[in-house]
Design a protein around this ligand. Structure first.
Ligand code: NAP
Length: 295
């Protein structure tokens, strides 16, 4: 059986259209739009490219967007003061500090200074706690994107056995907690495996839904996957250069062989990746609606 390949590019486009339409409606009613500030410290080329993408998308969706670029030698106190300024600014609903920060700045201290109601990356412990108890206003972007792909890909999650490979704070742990909730697009039985797990394949072969975020190129081979499983590949691994001089990417799943066995699979690139920025926009819209008292 060849798997249905689910395009994150297409799903992300659909969600962006929905966000744009909602922003227009809210603007007509309240004469306000969601506001997002991106704070970039220094000139890391990858960070510049991520921030540019976020700014471009925010503008396309009709948001008020502020790009606040700061020099690499900004002091921690100055950065904290900047966050405080945006915490108090009513026109800003989402504050995104692009990581990594320079070594002289305490990343945790900076992220924890963001008002949890404006923490659209959902990394603040308050938002982690809200997620665990099922009261998340917004979910961390990559895991939220994974759940959307499952829902829009028509995958039945209720009662399914979800196996997550990886337990990082940004992907593995939050997606495991999301799928565990008694909620739409969740209500699953969840197993999490990691480097301490004896015989990872024993668990992955039991998965109805296999979510892989290990950061190991082509780690999940066809013999580790159950016939008919839905496979979400989060991994992004650089495995060389293309003849055009671009980075050649591979996922954590041996796509060519696993697609013959799975019922649904996400490609790399073009799977989970495009969903992440879109979910950031969805979170900013949710923060905006919350500020207006809309459920
Ligand atoms: P991470 O912080 O390095 O965590 C990797 C996790 O995988 C760890 O929990 C590790 O276990 C586990 N692991 C590693 N090798 C394993 C193995 N052989 N067997 C079982 N478990 C194993 O990585 P991350 O930030 O979660 O990211 C994971 C991948 O997703 C990376 O390739 C990253 O680039 C990608 N990613 C993509 C997006 C996107 O938007 N598409 C977003 C975020 C991340 P231990 O805890 O025991 O070390």
């Amino acid at each position: 059986m060849a798997a249905k390949i689910i395009s994150g590019v297409e799903v992300a486009k659909q969600i962006r259209e929905e966000i744009k339409a909602e922003v227009e409606q809210l603007k007509a009613k309240y004469n306000k739009v969601p506001g997002l500030v991106t704070i970039l410290v220094g000139e890391n080329p990858a960070s510049i490219s991520y921030v540019t993408g976020k700014q471009k998308t925010a503008k396309e969706l009709g948001f008020y967007s502020v790009q606040d670029d700061q020099p690499a030698d900004i002091t921690e106190d100055r950065l904290l003061a900047l966050i405080d300024k945006y915490n108090k600014d009513d026109s800003i609903n989402g504050i995104l500090v692009q990581l990594p920060l320079p070594k002289h700045i305490n990343e945790t201290k900076v992220l924890y200074a963001i008002n949890p109601d404006k923490d659209v990356d959902a990394f603040h412990p308050v938002n982690v706690g809200r997620l665990v108890i099922g009261e998340g206003i917004f979910l961390p972007c990559t895991p939220a994107g994974i759940q959307e792909l499952l829902i829009r890909g028509g995958v039945e999650t209720s009662g399914a056995h979800v196996v997550v490979v990886g337990r990082s704070n940004i992907v593995g742990k939050p997606i495991a907690n999301i799928m565990l909730q008694k909620a739409k697009g969740a209500n699953s039985t969840v197993t999490v495996v990691h480097t301490g797990t004896k015989d990872v394949g024993h668990y992955t072969r039991m998965a109805d839904i296999l979510i892989v975020a290990a950061g190991r190129a082509n780690y999940i081979t066809a013999d580790m996957v159950k016939e008919g499983a839905a496979v979400i590949d989060v991994g992004v691994n650089r495995i060389g250069m293309t003849p055009e001089g671009k980075a050649k990417l591979a996922g954590d799943v041996d796509f060519e062989n696993v697609k013959e066995k799975a019922s649904l699979i996400t490609p790399v690139p073009g799977g989970v990746g495009p969903m992440t920025i879109t979910m950031l926009m969805k979170n900013t819209l949710a923060a905006f609606k919350q500020s207006l008292g809309i459920k």
